[in-house]
Design a protein around this ligand. Structure first.
Ligand SMILES: *[C@@H]1O[C@H](CO)[C@@H](O)[C@H](O)[C@H]1NC(C)=O
Ligand SMILES: *[C@@H]1O[C@H](CO)[C@@H](O)[C@H](O)[C@H]1NC(C)=O
Ligand SMILES: *[C@@H]1O[C@H](CO)[C@@H](O)[C@H](O)[C@H]1NC(C)=O
Ligand SMILES: *[C@@H]1O[C@H](CO)[C@@H](O)[C@H](O)[C@H]1NC(C)=O
Ligand SMILES: *[C@@H]1O[C@H](CO)[C@@H](O)[C@H](O)[C@H]1NC(C)=O
Ligand SMILES: *[C@@H]1O[C@H](CO)[C@@H](O)[C@H](O)[C@H]1NC(C)=O
Ligand SMILES: *[C@@H]1O[C@H](CO)[C@@H](O)[C@H](O)[C@H]1NC(C)=O
Ligand SMILES: *[C@@H]1O[C@H](CO)[C@@H](O)[C@H](O)[C@H]1NC(C)=O
Ligand SMILES: *[C@@H]1O[C@H](CO)[C@@H](O)[C@H](O)[C@H]1NC(C)=O
Length: 843
């Protein structure tokens, strides 16, 4: 056996610093000796690979993959005469033109589909179009990178997409900021224009192409009309030019009022001739620059955005304006169903934001042009941790639809908490809506199959930024990978998809695979446990940053994300008989299930019903309030366990990525406690019902900062109160001073984990040191905004509350414990409490 070619490569592979920028396309070396190399193709033959076409890209990627993964140099050649041991890459039509026949019984290919056939050291990758051929090349490389040599020696695969629309939405603003972006500024925009250097955009297209995403909307749905200036349209052309070799088409979000804001017309009425003309001209100019332009995404009459309602026109009249402009060019209009009144009054028991989409769109079914696709968020509210499927999917029989998902973790911990989403997505896409009492699985509605629609599919908000890791967190990329895979084939298994991603991203070690699977599969249940349970939504601050806990913000405002919690009862009554009538928007069989609390699944109980805290759950027999407590404590413990699970991977992952992920898990473990205490404390306070296990408001190992002897520090009431232990923290008396807080350790001698809960505001970088008898135990800085790349809050609240931990500290009863804080900027070195935790205590 000869190792000569592999060995230096393997070494090189280890030595290369892994920064995450290559994501799942790192082409890390796999074990492949001379014999193994010889069994692989020795030539790459592309047919008709014109410059810049996805076929040329396919040839280049294969060459790079062979070199990096198995250390084999393979030449690319062109033309019909492929040498033996070739991997032929072509479109089916070019292949046939070479006079080579296809097997008679071949399954026909749909647009973007491909065949991958391998036999010994020969392979054929034939796409329905050039993009399909590139998808096939990436599929081949994925097998190679996962070391699946059996499949490479003999496979006959036909792959067709589940749906034609497999798009990404970026919420990038023209100034370079990103709405709900947590990984640095935009890779597309800066200072009102398209950036000069589009290297990252090109790399992004490569990632998207490898997961078979076929188009991207590059700017925010809250769109700025200045995107349509000639200079910016030239910029869009440059973006399209770098993405085209990867088969990724470019589209944009539009601002409905552009004819007035930018065009200088005195109206944007969709039925006005000058407006129609204006949009026609804009559309023509875009297609002149970008002949394969994908189309438009429009958010109209939604959350303050202008729309057809200004002129008393219907949403369909508004949508058709764009659809008709696009139609002659073959473009698609994605029109968002996220239309609702955000000034609803909670006084009216029957008011319900969840009703809005069906109320607005059902009467318009059949009125949209056939190149229009209604883009519907998966649930009726807004990307919550648990929602029922949007009933609009059952109510549009004569209209194309797509589902809108969010890879961006807006309500899911903003990439600072782990949240693997496919299991959640599948509760939606696998759901049987029982339209007309027959099987009507959401994924079949999306594909267009169920209602026999020509178009349909998937969109996901992704919001990658300039950060090297794309999403700020290495593990968050599993969601992007899985999104593409599931949009192509939603019947794939969540764990199988994840394992492929893990092998490609980190390696194939069994313990590594199992651990990342365990972490990921526990992540949604844990997060749901410590955020919001029983269908009560993510109980985050909906008025500020959608990140940390703040249940009170859900009620008493027009946004309609209500809980209707009072001292005795909680939940939205969405029944037909006594509530908002929402359950009646589903087809009868599903409606009947949700109408009755006895047949509603526990995890949606409070979504559909207003019940006493003392109501018992069907599945566990716990009361609603006790379930809140139990779930919050269990969820925080699970999050805590993630650190140990991750630590077991030490040595199996390169040091940089290991450390970066670990830092996030440590942070998450602390913030999960903040969530647990806030939500449990809030409902403990509101209901007056104690925790049967006496955990809530009972923290025997905590030393409250406000109870310490303070010098330069003063007590401060946290808002909301439950975001502070005992509702109170300490801050330095002014923001230019140092504060000292001291106390005497009342606990028995022993080894403890010393934790400090403090508030890390983005307005400064305070410094803290904690001492035991004048000996520093540790110090830290309020710089989470740099380390997490995330700016949650400028207040002392559930977003900024953070924990630092010093493990294994030797403590004696009577020791003096002292915290010194040095304020910085407007961050007054805030401290909530110090806890000394004996082994095994999570608090
Ligand atoms: C080659 O590709 C071009 C577009 O890239 C296409 O128009 C042409 O039909 C293809 N086939 C041949 C045999 O040239
Ligand atoms: C739109 O972009 C222009 C130019 O960059 C900027 O001046 C303006 O404030 C933006 N408008 C909005 C609503 O963001
Ligand atoms: C708006 O349109 C509807 C139906 O097209 C009509 O009944 C109504 O009077 C109009 N309202 C105004 C203010 O024009
Ligand atoms: C659908 O099924 C329900 C019972 O699940 C029944 O009451 C109803 O009549 C059926 N409707 C149709 C149209 O078959
Ligand atoms: C990426 O984000 C991390 C924090 O998550 C930060 O430390 C790093 O500097 C960022 N890198 C870039 C290039 O923005
Ligand atoms: C029915 O609705 C009223 C409000 O109109 C509410 O106060 C009451 O609790 C509801 N009844 C039940 C049984 O849910
Ligand atoms: C969620 O909470 C329940 C207790 O209510 C517990 O049985 C379950 O194990 C928890 N799951 C996770 C992943 O924390
Ligand atoms: C309990 O709720 C009341 C009313 O909102 C509030 O004033 C008080 O600070 C809360 N107490 C705690 C400990 O959360
Ligand atoms: C202290 O905070 C105030 C706002 O509360 C701010 O204006 C001032 O610049 C801060 N001082 C320093 C030294 O940063």
């Amino acid at each position: 056996m000869r190792w000569n070619t592999l060995w230096p490569l393997a070494l090189a592979g280890l030595a290369v610093a892994e920064d995450g920028s290559q994501a799942w396309l790192r082409y890390a070396p796999v074990h492949c000796n001379k014999h193994c190399q010889d069994a692989l193709p020795s030539h790459i033959t592309t047919l008709n690979a014109t410059k810049g076409s996805p076929l040329e890209t396919a040839g280049d990627e294969l060459q790079k993959g062979f070199r990096d993964i198995v250390g084999k140099h393979v030449q690319v050649s062109h033309g019909c005469d492929a040498p033996p041991s070739s991997i032929v890459v072509a479109t089916v039509s070019d292949f046939l033109e070479c006079g080579s026949p296809l097997a008679k019984d071949s399954t026909p290919l749909d647009e973007d589909g491909f065949y991958l056939l391998t036999h010994g050291s020969s392979a054929m990758i034939l796409g329905q179009n050039a993009r399909g051929a590139l998808y096939g090349a990436f599929e081949y490389l994925s097998l190679l990178a996962q070391g699946d040599f059996d499949a490479l020696a003999s496979t006959q695969t036909t792959e067709n997409p589940h749906a034609p629309i497999r798009w990404i939405n970026q919420w990038d603003n023209m100034d370079g900021s990103i709405e709900r972006g947590y990984a640095g500024p935009s890779i597309f925009f800066a200072e009102g224009a398209i950036v000069e250097d589009l290297t990252r955009a090109r790399e992004y297209a490569r990632l998207l192409s490898s997961i078979r995403v076929n188009a991207i909307i590059v700017n925010n749905v809250n769109a700025n009309a200045t995107l349509l200036t000639p200079e910016n349209m030239d910029g869009l052309q440059r973006i399209a030019d770098v993405m085209r070799p990867y088969g990724v088409q470019v589209g944009i979000s539009l601002n409905f009022a552009s004819p007035q804001d930018l065009g200088g017309l005195n109206t944007y009425d969709p039925l006005d001739e000058s407006v129609i003309q204006w949009w026609g001209d804009i559309t023509d100019s875009l297609y002149e620059r970008i002949p394969d332009f994908a189309g438009y995404l429009v958010k109209a009459s939604s959350e303050g955005q202008p729309g057809p309602d200004t002129y008393n026109r219907t949403l369909a009249e508004g949508a058709n304006l764009f659809a008709r402009a696009l139609k002659p060019h073959g473009g698609v209009l994605m029109f968002r169903a996220f239309v609702y009144d955000h000034h609803l009054t909670e006084d009216n028991w029957r008011n319900d934001r969840a009703n809005a989409a069906v109320d607005f769109f059902k009467p318009l079914d059949g009125e949209f042009e056939d190149n229009t696709v209604i883009q519907i968020k998966y649930g009726p509210i807004d990307f919550q941790v648990r929602e029922p499927v949007s009933p609009l999917f059952a109510n549009l029989r004569h209209t194309n639809v797509a589902i809108e998902l969010q890879v961006t973790q807006e309500y899911f911990g903003q990439q600072c908490h782990l949240f693997y989403m496919p299991p959640l997505w599948k509760t939606i896409t696998d759901f049987d809506l029982r339209v007309d009492n027959r099987s009507s699985v959401v994924r079949d509605i999306l594909s267009g199959e169920h209602f026999k629609r020509p178009l349909g599919g998937w969109a996901a908000v992704v919001n990658v930024g300039t950060n090297t890791t794309w999403l700020g967190s290495h593990l968050a990329l599993s969601n992007l990978y899985a999104y593409g895979r599931l949009a192509w084939d939603p019947t794939l298994d969540s764990v199988a998809v994840l394992e492929s991603w893990t092998r490609l991203t980190f390696g194939a070690n069994r313990h590594l695979l199992d651990t990342i699977t365990d972490l990921s599969m526990a992540s949604w249940p844990a997060y749901e446990n410590y955020t919001g349970n029983l269908g009560m939504q993510t109980l985050t601050d909906i008025l500020y940053t959608h990140y940390g806990p703040n249940p009170a913000t859900h009620d008493g405002n027009g946004w309609g994300m209500w809980t209707r919690a009072n001292s005795e009862t909680i939940g939205m009554d969405r029944t037909v008989w006594n509530g908002t009538g929402f359950s009646g928007q589903y087809p009868p069989q599903v409606a009947a299930r949700y109408e009755d609390p006895a047949t509603t699944p526990d995890n949606l109980l409070l979504w559909f019903h207003h019940v006493p805290y003392t109501r018992r759950l069907r599945e566990t027999g716990e009361t609603v309030i006790q379930h809140f407590y139990n779930a919050h404590y269990a969820g925080a413990e699970t999050a805590h366990s993630f650190v140990g699970l991750w630590d077991s991977l030490k040595g199996l992952i390169d040091t940089r990525r290991f450390a970066e992920v670990r830092e996030r898990f440590v942070y998450q473990a602390g913030h999960a406690i903040v969530w647990r205490d806030s939500v449990s404390g809030f409902y403990r306070n509101l209901s007056g019902i104690p925790d049967a296990h006496d955990r809530v408001w009972n923290h025997p190992w905590r030393l409250e900062a406000e109870d310490m002897q303070l010098d330069g520090y003063v007590a401060y009431t946290v808002s909301p109160p439950e975001a502070g232990s005992g509702a109170t923290a300490i801050v330095t008396a002014t923001n230019s001073t140092t504060g000292v807080a001291r106390t005497t350790v009342p606990f028995p001698d022993g080894m403890y984990d010393l934790v400090v809960n403090y508030y890390d505001l983005y307005g400064g970088k305070s410094e803290w040191t904690v001492y035991l008898n004048d000996e520093a135990v540790g110090s830290w800085k309020g710089d989470m905004e740099d380390r997490l790349g995330h700016n949650p809050s400028i207040y002392l609240d559930g977003h900024s509350a953070t924990r630092v931990r010093f493990a294994g500290v030797k403590v004696r009863e009577g020791d003096e414990l002292r915290v010194e804080g040095v304020a910085d900027g407007i961050e007054p070195a805030p401290v909530d409490y110090v806890a000394l935790l004996p082994a095994g205590v999570v608090d």
